[in-house]
Design a protein around this ligand. Sequence first.
Ligand SMILES: [Ca+2]
Ligand SMILES: [Ca+2]
Ligand SMILES: [Ca+2]
Ligand SMILES: [Ca+2]
Length: 468
Amino acid sequence: MTPEWAIDMTVVDSSSVSHTDINGDGVSDAIVNGNVPSSSGSNGKVYALEGRSGQVIWESSEEINGITVPLIRDLDHDGIPDVVFGGRGLPDSNRPLVALDGKDGSTIWRVLEQTPDWQNVYTPQDLGDVDGDGVEDILVATGGDHVRDNQLQPTVPGRVMVVSGRSGAILGQKPVPDRQEIYSSPVLLPDGSRDALIGTGGEVFSGGLWRIPLGSLLREAPTSDDSLMIRGNGSSFIAPPVINNDVDTNETHLLALRLDGRLFSMTVGPRAATRTNWSSDVIDWIQKLGYPGRTVAALTVPALGQFDDDEALEVVVQVALIAPAQLAAGYYGDSCNVVVVLDGRTGDVQWVLDGGPAASSISPLVLSRPDGMAVLCACVASRTDGGDAEYALWYPALDRVELLAIGAQGASTPSLVNTPDGDVDLLVAMSSLTPSQSPGQGRSKVARIRLGKGAAIWSGYMNLRSDQ
Ligand SMILES: [Ca+2]
Ligand SMILES: [Ca+2]
Ligand SMILES: [Ca+2]
Ligand SMILES: [Ca+2]
C-alpha cells in the first residue's frame, strides 16, 4: 500500500503513536516519540506531525523515552490539547514524566526527582481535579527496574502516584500491596469511585490485579482497603485491563489478560457485587496448535468489537508463543503469534489466526469495513523480513486475511483515525523487536496509510481516543 505520507524517524519502540488535532484545522495530527535524522540528543523527543502532510509541527526540547501512549488534555485551558508523556526511569531518566504545551512543544512541567527513584512511568490517566485548583490531576504507576538483573527480586515496590496537572508536584503516593514491580498502565473505574485497577508482577515474578481506592493516598475520607481482584497464580499482569460500560444495564465489565494467556471476564460493582463471569481456556487451546517447548506470553491489550449476533462484545487477544528462557530474559524477537477472538458471552474460542513465526508486541485493533468487522494486527510471518510481523486485516467471520504490504513491525502499537469523508486511516510508527531490523536500517519511519471505507471501533493502545 502506498502511504499518504511517510517521514524518516527512529521510533522509541516502547512508545505507541497517538493522534489529536493539535493545530485546530479539523484533521488529526500524529503524536510520536523518537528522533528525526537531524535531531540532537541521545534520548527520544516528542513530535507533533501535521495530519495531511507529516511535516513536523513541533519538536519538544525535553527528551523522554516514552512507554505506551501519552495522556492528551488541555492543561492550561487555552483550547489546544497538551501532551503528558511517561517514560523509562533510570538509567534513562530520573524525572520520567513531562507535560508539553500542545501549542509549540515547550515544557509546562517535568516531575522532580523522588526518593526512592522514579522507575518506568506508563500511560497517565485523568483523575479529575482532586486538589481543587481547576486543573485535572493525573494518576500514574511507576515500577519496573531496567538496571536490576532480571532474576533478582525487586527491591523497590511499584507505586501508584497522583501528580498535579498544574505543576507536576506529587499529591500522593503509595506502594502496591504486594510490593511487586509494575509493567502495566493503571485503569480507573468509570463509576466516580476513584478506585484504580493496577496489574503487578513481571516476566519472572508473580503479581496480581489489584483494586486500589485512591482516597486513602489523597487523605480524603476513609476508604475501603486495597483488594486483590485476580491472583497471579505464578503469573502476572502486564497488559492493562479493559473496561466496558454496558449502557443498557449500566454495568461495568472488566476483561483482564494475564501474562500466561488466561483471560478473565468480571462484572465490577461495589466490592461485594463484583463477580467473575468466566475465565477462558485460551492457553489450553493454543497448546493444541502444536508449538512444542513454547509458553504463552500475553503482553498486548485485548480489543473489543461486535463480531456475531449476540449483544456481548467479543474479545480479541493476541499472544506470543515463546521459549520460557527467552520470556524470563524479556526477549521477544523469536516468537510465534496467535490471535484469538473469544465469545464475549461465554469466553469460548470463536476464531483463531495462527500467524506463525512473527515477533510482535503490538496490540490488535478493530475496525468496521464494508465487508464486515476486521481485526488489524501485526501478526503474520513475513516472507521477506525474517523476525518481525507483517500487518494484516483479518476478517474472522469471513475466514479471510489481507496482508497490507506496508513492511514488518515488532513493537509500537499503531492508531486508527476516522477521516471526515468516512474513510479510516492507519498511523504507524515502524519499530522492530529483532536485532537484525534495528532502527536506522532503512525501515524506521512514521507513515499514514489510507485503508479505505470504514470506521475505527478499537482505535489504538487501550483504545485511548485522544480526539474525543
Ligand atoms: Ca490538525
Ligand atoms: Ca493547552
Ligand atoms: Ca488539580
Ligand atoms: Ca457478540
